[in-house]
Design a protein around this ligand. Structure first.
Ligand SMILES: [Zn+2]
Length: 313
């Protein structure tokens, strides 16, 4: 029963493309690393094709193992979009092994992307002890202005690979930029109208969102998302929760929730989920916008209290 609307939809797309005198067949094979990047790429490719997503569900961008089918998709891709080697470290080796003909686009180097320095988890000032190649925070996608710069880069790369569809990529990118601007204004108005209570986040993934919208956490729990904090740090954080009247401690679907329960037990702080990747959101061009709205909602409401049902063990 679902085939008929699908055929009509495809025929409609084909008709519009043929009317405009443009090719849609044979779009490039594209792979995107994380869901927010995939969403922006899918938006630029609307009407032409769909990129393949690597890091899905509650998997973390910092620690991922490619499935064999994904490793194969990488070898067959015309274009691979990722943030860069400082974020998706799991991609460094497979991408190095690929033929030079595969286009690899590290979006953190796109023109117009503003990079912020890595922060110290306690002082929230620029960290002093980081090496040069790790000196920038790579969670660049949570600033909608960075997303707009990434969209321009994605469109330019697709146009270079697939010039027959260049007009479609340009139109899609222009529409996305308009929507990104509208989304930024809407979220700013929402956050201005409802101040966030003092909060603590699991790992420092939200600096770009915070910088764009004038927010600031009390502290960051994890110094390194790949290593859990030790007992001494947990004691220190529990003291901070009480001293700074932290109202909300955010867990992430990508990491162990029991730590957050240990931290907040016996304190007035509530626990909730903040998700930089949109683990529960359906992939596609609308996902990026839902991700920003979801973050704004979680930060203002300290909503979605964690239970054993809502997070994986
Ligand atoms: Zn992260």
């Amino acid at each position: 029963m679902k085939i008929i609307p699908c055929i009509i939809g495809f025929a409609g797309t084909l008709f519009i493309a043929l009317q405009a005198g443009q090719a849609i067949a044979g779009g490039p094979a594209v792979v995107a690393s994380i869901k927010p990047v995939h969403s922006l790429v899918a938006g630029v490719m609307t009407g032409i094709g769909e990129p393949e997503l690597l890091v899905d569900g509650t998997a973390s961008e910092h620690d991922y193992a490619l499935r064999p089918s994904q490793a194969k998709a990488l070898t067959q891709a015309d274009l691979i979009f990722w943030v860069g080697p400082q974020l998706e470290t799991f991609l460094i080796r497979p991408l190095t092994a690929l033929a030079p003909s595969a286009g690899q686009v590290a979006l953190s180097t796109s023109a117009g992307v503003q990079l912020l320095p890595v922060r110290d988890a306690d002082t929230l000032r620029e960290a002093q002890s980081v090496t040069d190649e790790k000196s920038h925070d790579m969670h660049i996608w949570l600033d909608p202005d960075n997303a707009a710069a990434m969209v321009r880069e994605i469109a330019a790369q697709l146009q270079a690979r697939d010039p027959g569809n260049a007009t479609i990529y340009a139109k899609n990118a222009a529409a996305l930029e308009v929507r990104l601007l509208a989304s930024k204004h809407m979220i700013k108005a929402r956050l201005d109208a409802m101040p966030t209570p003092p909060y603590m986040v699991f790992h420092d993934a939200y600096q770009y969102f915070e910088a764009r919208f004038g927010l600031r956490p009390v502290a960051i729990i994890s110094l390194d998302p790949e290593r859990p904090p030790g007992a001494g740090r947990i004691r220190k954080l529990r003291r901070t929760i009480l001293d700074a009247n932290v109202a909300c401690v955010f867990a992430e679907p990508q990491f162990e929730p029991r730590l957050i329960q240990t931290l907040t037990e016996g304190t007035p702080a509530k626990t909730a989920i903040l998700d930089p990747l949109g683990a529960e959101l359906h992939e596609g061009s609308g996902m990026y916008f839902m991700l920003l709205e979801q973050l704004a909602g979680s930060l203002t409401g300290c909503k979605a209290e964690i239970t054993s049902e809502t997070l994986p063990e």
